[in-house]
Design a protein around this ligand. Structure first.
Ligand code: PLP
Length: 443
């Protein structure tokens, strides 16, 4: 009997023993195309020799030095690089070990910023329904997915949720994008006024929504309106680009495509490409200066933050992304993937929506295309799809979100940035067969 507590206790997992390029291999000799990059992590695929060489070089020099005593060359160099390429106004980086840690730090940073500024009455966080910001208690409180939150609710800090910007489900048939953007963003202003202007700390949102809804991009102008509302009431805008950032959507940061810059941005996943656990919080000069001119101390910290090995791996991953112009490949292969998905599923009776940007694509499954009625959650379609795709040597990220009665099952695709034309064909072929088999298998 295994002594590890896995997520699903009754399911035996295959043992991964190797990886090369876009494929992972298990102990039984099966190969899997990693069409989800794990959970949108493995942007360079597996076993990249340049990343491994940098990691070897770093461990020969220095594996670890506690940030209470030292910084390291690798961490400083990574922070410089992140800031050099950051959206306007972001001036400093805080390095942590993953996405949830990044969100926790961002929330505390936002709160302490107002304490430093002499506005301790600001205490509310606003976020969106059907969002995911991580599984630690603060991040879970910000997240709006009821299934993940339900049993932990008594432990969560109070947060306030508005609707996501989710055209397929929430835009009225006759409504223009402009009108919908205005209506969706207005919810934020209404919520701020309800809570009390001057009492809200921050609004937190994924620029392109990932895990809970499957690569849902905002409609044009939504985030410009959100930015303007935040500015009007002095509320910080925290964009969570843990999943959609670092090139996944075709630009280094997804918010570049929205024409907005946040006050705080969280990064992880593609930052280190899975070679090491790493996350980052980028913050604006205003926030930095409030700390620098105030207490001089951010009341936070983790033992492994700013880890030299993680920073070296992330630097190497980012270097390869730039050197090999992989963002160009994300755009080209992302367009191809979109076309292939439209060819294969555009007329599929049970595919309601095909969406996303770059190599971040989602398809939403429905029982009935005309009414958008989702499959019942008890049918566990997403679990069936996972089983069928794995049996065909394909990793995708299927999730179900019917808990609040509004969403159906979806499949998220996030293949490595090195993916090639033939890989895209194989991914879509296998996915098509797996989805059909999963739906046929429903009793
Ligand atoms: N934020 C977003 C948008 C995510 O998608 C995730 C993970 O999927 C997280 C935060 C949490 O990151 P981690 O799993 O590294 O803690």
């Amino acid at each position: 009997m295994t002594r590890i507590l896995h997520r699903a206790i009754r399911t035996a997992l295959p043992v991964a023993v190797g990886g090369r390029g876009v494929e992972l291999f298990d102990a039984d000799g099966n190969a899997y195309i990693d069409a989800s990059g794990g959970a949108a992590v493995s942007c360079l695929g597996h076993g990249h020799p340049d990343v491994l060489a940098s990691m070897h070089a770093q461990i020969d020099r220095l594996a670890y030095a506690h940030t209470g005593f030292f910084t390291s060359e690798a961490a400083e160099e990574l922070a410089d690089r992140l800031i050099a390429e950051a959206p306007a106004g972001l001036s400093h980086a805080y390095l942590v070990c993953g996405g949830s840690e990044a969100i926790e730090a961002a929330l505390k940073m936002a709160r302490q910023y107002f304490v430093e500024k002499g506005e301790p009455q600001r205490r509310h966080i606003i976020a969106r329904r059907q969002s995911y910001h991580g599984n630690t208690l603060g991040a879970l409180a910000a997240g709006g997915n009821e299934w993940r939150r339900a049993q932990f609710k008594p432990l969560l800090i109070e947060t306030h949720h508005i609707d996501p910007c989710y055209a397929y489900r929430l835009q009225d048939g006759s409504e223009s994008d402009e009108a919908y953007a205005a209506r969706a963003a207005q919810q934020l202003e209404d919520k701020i006024l309800e809570l009390g202007a001057g009492e809200v700390i921050a609004f937190v949102a994924e620029t392109v929504v990932g895990a809970t809804s499957g690569a849902v991009p905002p409609v044009a102008d939504y985030f410009k309106r959100i930015r303007a509302i935040c500015d009007r009431y002095g509320v910080l805008l925290i964009l969570d680009e843990v999943m959609c950032g670092m090139g996944r959507t075709g630009t280094l940061h997804a918010c570049e495509q929205e024409g907005v810059a946040p006050d705080i941005m969280t990064l992880a996943k593609g930052l280190g490409g899975g070679y090491q656990p790493i996350g980052a919080v980028l913050l604006s000069r205003n926030i930095f200066e409030a700390f620098a001119n105030g207490s001089g101390f951010f009341q936070h910290g983790h033992t492994y933050m700013g880890h030299p090995m993680a920073a070296a791996a992330a630097l190497a991953v980012q270097e390869v992304v730039r050197r090999d112009n992989l963002l160009g490949n994300v755009v080209a292969m992302g367009d191809l993937l979109e076309h292939r998905l439209l060819d294969r599923f555009g007329n599929h009776h049970h595919v309601g929506d095909i969406r996303g940007r770059g190599l971040f694509r989602g398809i939403e499954l429905v029982a009935d295309r005309a009414t958008k009625q989702p499959f019942g959650p008890d049918l566990k379609l997403n679990a069936r799809i996972k089983k069928e795709t794995m049996a065909r040597g394909l990793m995708v990220y299927p999730m179900g979100g019917t808990i609040d009665g509004r969403l159906g099952d979806h499949v998220l695709l996030a293949p490595p940035f090195i993916v090639e034309r033939e890989d895209i064909d194989r991914i879509v072929d296998r996915l098509g067969a797996a989805i059909d088999a999963a739906i046929d298998g429903i009793p």
